[in-house]
Design a protein around this ligand. Structure first.
Ligand code: SF4
Length: 271
């Protein structure tokens, strides 16, 4: 078998959000968090040119998506996947979540969380604790790194506090460290967050950097190089060695590929 064949055989059938959910639901266009590596931003701004870069930074609610009647999906549903939950769309997000839960769905709420939003969700959906799993994206602790890569998103402390809050209110909690922005600190960060997590901590690499990240300044080029160094095979293997023994730690397909773990066999398993 040549290298290409081997590589093709190692490509996962289930990747990205499909590892977590059988369906994705969204109700907005645009996201003020404006993450430099965002796939949704790349898709809407660069690839399909639906909105300009400036328009992307404003969250526009899509009424037809808010009013959509959802079925009972055959597994966990992810909401949202192509925007976030922010003050501007909080009411709309609550309506969508209410509809998904009323249909009997298990919902994975993924967010770079704002305290106001998470307090509201915990209050509004307290009766659905057993079917609503929070997953907060926490990619680094360093404020300078977060400001550069996720300029409009809440800081580390606010995200960590939201994790604590959701747990105190009786919800299952999980973390996504995807992409790992600070390979030198990720092991320590995982250990700090673990006491606040009941379900899982997922780790993943930044995918398709050259395609999705526009690095037009020296600062951004240096930041890209730093992430690329952090996800070299030896660094990923070292992170894996430090964390693999922890039962709550899970590896996205981008890391499974490096360390030789089997890929998910079906969408939405979230394990
Ligand atoms: S929070 Fe999510 S949807 Fe919003 S810009 Fe960042 S990666 Fe994209």
């Amino acid at each position: 078998m040549d290298g290409d064949q081997e590589c093709r055989q190692r490509q996962p059938a289930i990747s990205g959000t499909r590892e977590w959910a059988v369906a994705e639901v969204n109700c907005s266009l645009g996201c003020p968090h404006d993450c430099r590596y965002c796939y949704a931003r790349y898709d809407r701004v660069v690839r399909r040119r639906l909105v300009s870069a400036a328009e992307w930074r404003h969250c526009r609610v899509l009424p037809e998506e808010v009013d959509r009647v959802h079925p009972l999906y055959p597994g966990q549903v992810m909401f949202p996947a192509a925007h976030d939950i922010v003050a501007e769309n909080l009411d709309a997000c609550c309506r969508v979540l209410a509809g998904l839960l009323a249909a009997g769905n298990r919902v994975l709420v993924v967010s770079k969380p704002h305290r106001l939003c998470i307090e509201t969700l915990c209050r509004r959906f307290a009766a659905f604790r057993d079917r609503l799993l929070f997953r907060f994206t926490i990619t680094a602790r360093d404020p300078a790194l977060l400001l550069l890569w996720e300029p409009g998103a809440p800081g580390y402390e606010e995200r960590r506090d939201c994790l604590a809050l959701a747990g105190q209110r009786g919800f299952a909690t999980s973390v996504s460290v995807e992409p790992i922005l600070d390979a030198a600190d990720v092991v320590a960060m995982v250990h700090e967050l673990l006491p606040l997590v009941s379900h899982s901590i997922w780790l993943g690499r930044m995918n398709r950097i050259g395609e999705r990240v526009v690095a037009e300044t020296d600062e951004m080029r240096a930041a890209v190089e730093r992430v690329e160094r952090g996800q070299e095979v030896e660094r990923i293997e070292a992170i894996y060695r430090h964390l693999a023994h922890i039962p709550l730690v899970r590896w996205k397909e981008s890391i499974k590929l490096v360390v030789g773990l089997p890929f998910a066999e079906r969408p939405g398993l979230d394990v």
